[in-house]
Design a protein around this ligand. Structure first.
Ligand SMILES: C[S@@+](CC[C@H](N)C(=O)[O-])C[C@H]1O[C@@H](n2cnc3c(N)ncnc32)[C@H](O)[C@@H]1O
Length: 205
């Protein structure tokens, strides 16, 4: 791991993801997680304190960053339910088909290498009738903001650990043919190129 990702990026990600906007999405969505839960791109474990411990049987968090997983381990020790943290990537989920009741993906879809493969992997590991809770920034609503996103993305991607700006999680999930969007909300904060966030619940058919 480079000095940048170990010492700078992991702290920056933890700080930015602890902000008011992400925290609001977490408090709306994460209490809905139940049963066997997979948190894809668990990062520093910021979703964990929002979970309803009475509903969670087991929480598995997967992330490629050892530095962020170390921070998640500290949060996991305080939640009062069973947490397993694994190093890995969402493109190759090391789990059997239909092995989770709830999937959680927050502010991670922007950073994965292959969004279509990740969406297929999510569709594979969730049980029929299971749900996916998502909150992800992505493609802006207006052409002017989209143009700005396109021009900023190459530099942004380099400094922000591979984070892209124009993903559309709702479209990627529905393209799998397995997820139906039960509810979704779009929130545009300032700056729109970075803070157009789609959140919601998808159900696996
Ligand atoms: C902005 S952070 C969000 C972390 C956490 N989900 C949250 O809500 O605070 C993006 C996360 O995606 C992870 N990530 C990057 N590429 C990934 C991949 N291919 N598969 C899974 N996670 C990945 C990063 O290590 C990082 O933890």
């Amino acid at each position: 791991m480079s000095f940048w990702s170990e010492h700078v990026l992991s702290r920056a990600i933890d700080a930015v993801c602890s902000g008011r906007g992400p925290s609001k999405h977490r408090s709306e969505l994460i209490p809905l997680a139940e049963g066997r839960v997979l948190d894809v791109g668990v990062g520093s474990g910021l979703n964990l304190p929002h979970a309803d411990r009475a509903r969670v049987e087991r929480w598995v968090g997967l992330d490629p960053s050892p530095a962020l997983l170390a921070k998640a381990r500290v949060r996991a020790a305080e939640v009062g339910f069973d947490v397993e943290l694994l190093e890995g990537v969402a493109e190759r989920l090391p789990f059997p088909d239909e092995s989770f009741d709830t999937l959680v993906i927050t502010y991670t879809f922007c950073s994965v290498d292959d969004p279509a493969v990740v969406a297929q992997e999510l569709a594979r590991v969730v049980r029929r009738g299971g749900k996916l809770l998502f909150a992800e920034h992505g493609v802006a609503q207006t052409e002017s903001s989209r143009t700005l996103q396109r021009s900023l993305e190459p530099t942004w991607k380099k400094v922000a650990g591979g984070c892209t700006l124009q993903r559309d999680i709702v479209r990627s999930l529905t393209d799998t043919g397995r997820f139906v969007i039960e509810r979704t909300k779009l929130r545009e904060d300032f700056p729109k190129w970075m803070s157009t966030v789609r959140s919601g619940v998808a159900v696996a058919e």
